[in-house]
Design a protein around this ligand. Structure first.
Ligand code: DC
Length: 224
């Protein structure tokens, strides 16, 4: 069993790169952002302000979250239903970021994440995987890229999905979200002391995947 933690700001390519690495290594890819997005989606459906530190914790008892791996894809079920791409909008990114700053929400999702890593070899991406969720992960990578690079990638991703987008709005929202995520009191986005920093501003997708595999090989070789 191996645990690989990938943390970093939004748009660094963590999820697409980690997914490809998971496939190559034959391990499970865990997208933890999807869990915060799902809580955000529920909160929005209830008409609750995602920053409300009383109302958000109070509604957690109404939420049941189940993570299933179906045909190699992670699906997060919210009270028995899969919201699919509804959690992927820019609005849900902001909702997820807001609810993720609330300690009760983080505590609510903690065991779900750790349980998956107990049962499977995983590559798990998020903001606090190497620092809080899997502090004993064999490999920890902090993946980043310049803000402009990350915004450009996110912008192209949205256009490819047919979502109307404006580059300046994407860059502004990304900076706002990174600021929220890295300055919050609990489990802010941070590189673990033993993480390898990977800035992929100048790497294409395949090069980024190879760079991750090289780090995994190096780390696991050292530990053998
Ligand atoms: O990775 P993502 O963009 O789907 O994550 C959405 C939000 O969820 C992100 O802005 C912060 C939060 N998040 C978190 O706080 N901790 C994680 N491990 C993953 C995501």
């Amino acid at each position: 069993m191996i645990k690989i933690a990938i943390d970093g700001p939004g748009g660094a390519g963590k999820s697409t790169i980690a997914k490809a690495v998971a496939k190559k290594l034959g391990i499970v890819y865990v997208d933890t952002g999807a869990l915060y997005r799902t809580v955000g989606y529920f909160v929005k459906g209830k008409g609750i302000d995602p920053h409300d530190r009383v109302a958000v914790p109070a509604c957690l008892g109404e939420i049941s979250i189940e993570v299933k791996y179906e045909n190699g894809t992670q699906n997060v079920y919210l009270n028995g239903e899969n919201p699919g791409d509804k959690i992927r909008t820019p609005e849900m990114s902001m909702y997820a970021s807001a609810v993720s700053a609330i300690p009760e929400v983080r505590a609510f999702l903690l065991d779900t994440q750790r349980d998956i890593a107990k049962k499977n070899s995983v590559i798990m991406d998020g903001r606090d995987i190497g620092t809080v969720i899997l502090p004993d992960a064999e490999v920890k990578i902090f993946m980043t890229a310049s803000a402009e690079c990350r915004a450009e990638r996110r912008y192209k991703e949205l256009l490819a999905k047919g979502v109307k987008a404006n580059y300046d709005d994407v860059l502004r929202e990304m900076n706002e979200r990174d600021h929220n995520d890295s300055t919050r009191d609990v489990a802010p986005t941070a590189a673990a002391a033993d993480a390898v920093l990977l800035d992929n501003s100048n790497l294409n997708f395949d090069e980024s995947v190879d760079a991750v595999i090289a780090i995994v090989n190096e780390k696991t070789r050292v530990q053998k």
